[in-house]
Design a binder for this molecule. Structure first.
Ligand code: SF4
Ligand code: SF4
Length: 256
């Protein structure tokens, strides 16, 4: 059995680790090129939105309005944010062109991962096969871990791990929150980073919370740093983690 058929056979199993080998190549030469960029459901994380709106040079407000569908989940604080496909019969992604993805350097996590997906336990499985995704019939050998690095996954994994620090504890809870403001503020902090920046700098946020000067300088300009602050703020406000210090309540000490 050659490497390709051997690993493809292995790849049919789920629970692959980063050490697992597979064969794959995608690019303009494959006959199915860009076919996976239509009629597909792509769930966006907060970091995906930051990167995509950066690629497009637009505000997060405009990006959310123009390119996403937000679907509330009953009893859950955080909705699903889905990339909106074009509304014609092909339902193509708004960013696909004949020559590929127009935001390739900033494409979202699921597009980097395809044709693999990662399960909650951190193992990998194929979500396509060599009949539909011809790249899986190519002979270029990859170790999954190396392939993920090649796909630019490192910053995505870093930020999505921080996001999971919110979503995983919330998964098991049906929240009894009836104040719509909490839903709005959570969504703004996670997904509408430009509005969250306005909130931090134009409300009493910095008068109420201790934030180091160095961090304040970083979040003025850096969306990734600001998103880290947003994650901390949600963990503080919703999960009760002592990541913020209130200035006037207990100077020098954590808030209850
Ligand atoms: S964002 Fe890019 S890679 Fe992802 S579906 Fe759209 S065109 Fe394809
Ligand atoms: S289906 Fe597979 S080989 Fe074809 S364009 Fe998509 S990822 Fe590439």
């Amino acid at each position: 059995m050659n490497l390709q058929s051997q690993e493809y056979e292995q790849g049919k199993r789920s629970k692959m680790t980063p050490e697992h080998l597979f064969t794959f190549r995608c690019g303009p030469g494959v006959s199915c090129y860009t076919q996976c960029c239509q009629d597909v459901s792509i769930v966006l994380t907060p970091y995906d939105v930051v990167r995509m709106k950066m690629a497009l040079g637009m505000s997060s407000d405009t990006f959310l309005e123009k390119y996403t569908v937000v679907i509330p989940k009953k009893g859950k604080l955080i909705p699903l944010v889905i990339l909106k496909m074009r509304e014609d019969k092909d339902k193509k992604c708004p960013f696909v062109t004949e020559t590929g993805c127009s935001i390739y350097e900033h494409r979202p996590w699921p597009c980097r991962m395809y044709p693999l997906d990662m399960d909650d336990d951190g193992t990998f499985r194929f979500i396509s096969d060599a009949l539909r995704c011809k790249g899986l019939a190519e002979k270029d050998p990859w170790r999954i871990g190396d392939w993920l690095v090649d796909q630019g996954m490192v910053p995505y994994d870093r930020m999505n791990t921080l996001f999971a620090g919110i979503t995983v504890p919330l998964q098991s809870q049906d929240l009894d929150i009836d104040n719509p403001r909490i839903f709005q503020m959570t969504f703004m902090a996670l997904y509408n980073i430009d509005k969250f920046r306005e909130f931090v700098f134009r409300s009493s946020f910095l008068d109420r919370f201790e934030v180091e000067k160095e961090r304040i300088e970083k979040i003025k300009r850096n969306d990734e740093e600001l998103l880290r602050l947003a994650f901390d703020w949600i963990k503080f406000g919703v999960l009760g983690q002592k990541l913020f210090w209130i200035k006037d309540k207990e100077p020098g000490g954590p808030t209850e």
